[in-house]
Design a binder for this molecule. Structure first.
Ligand code: CA
Length: 225
């Protein structure tokens, strides 16, 4: 799951990225409203943590703009104690939740998990499921019946994209943007290597789920029956 942090206090933004990464999310930070909006509009994020008071473009304008562009990923606003009217406006503009600064990191992490569940991304056991497989988003464990094994970070992130988009074709470009970031120099070759690892692992746990190649387009997770 990829999270964007838009926060102009760089120490807070960097600490959040560090903690989110430790908690197995892929996270990026933007330190002003303009770059935050640009990044948010790429549509590659699964959740955005958005400060309201930002230089150049404030958080509420960013929220309003992305919602108008039909970007529907969950947004958690970071607000100061005395910004009650901003909280109300934020929720009206389509924010999903907010935390008031200074906040406890555990509370923010709990709210992120809550939004993942509410959006049907994960269930109460931190599992996402497809056909005969389940993926634990806390432990990176991929399971089929009594068989299970651990995935590396990239393998896990790719599998998460597939299970969250069952039966949909995912292009290699999309995987590169989601997993490596859209400014990275990762190539198709990198994707192919990880797909081949995942195929071996699905095979190893005796799953009937397969990652099919859709020629010229990308890949699709399917139930081979
Ligand atoms: Ca701020």
């Amino acid at each position: 799951m990829r999270i964007l942090v838009v926060e102009d206090e760089e120490a807070i933004a960097d600490a959040l990225v560090h903690i989110l990464t430790k908690n197995k999310y892929i996270a990026n930070a933007c330190y002003d409203g303009e770059s935050g909006l640009d990044d948010a509009l790429t549509g590659i994020y699964d959740l955005i943590i958005l400060d309201i008071m930002l230089p150049k473009i404030n958080g509420l304008e960013i929220l309003n703009t992305i919602r108008n562009q039909n970007i529907s990923c969950p947004v958690i606003l970071l607000t100061a104690k005395d910004e009650i009217s901003d909280k109300v406006k934020g929720l009206d503009y389509g924010a999903d939740d907010y935390v008031t600064k200074p906040f406890a990191i555990d509370e923010l992490l709990a709210r992120i998990r809550c939004l993942q569940r509410r959006n049907g991304i994960v269930n109460n056991d931190n599992l996402i499921n497809f056909s005969d497989i389940s993926l634990n988003i806390q432990t990176y464990e991929l399971s089929c019946m009594e068989n299970s094994l651990h995935l590396g970070l990239k393998e896990f992130s790719i599998m998460e994209v597939f299970i969250s988009n069952p039966n949909k074709v995912i292009s290699k470009e999309k995987l590169i943007e989601k997993i490596w970031g859209y400014e990275s120099d990762a190539e198709y070759n990198n994707v192919e290597v990880y797909i081949s690892f995942l195929r071996k692992k699905l095979n190893h746990i005796n799953s009937k789920s397969v990652i099919k190649t859709v020629r010229g387009v990308g890949y699709r997770l399917e139930d081979s029956k």
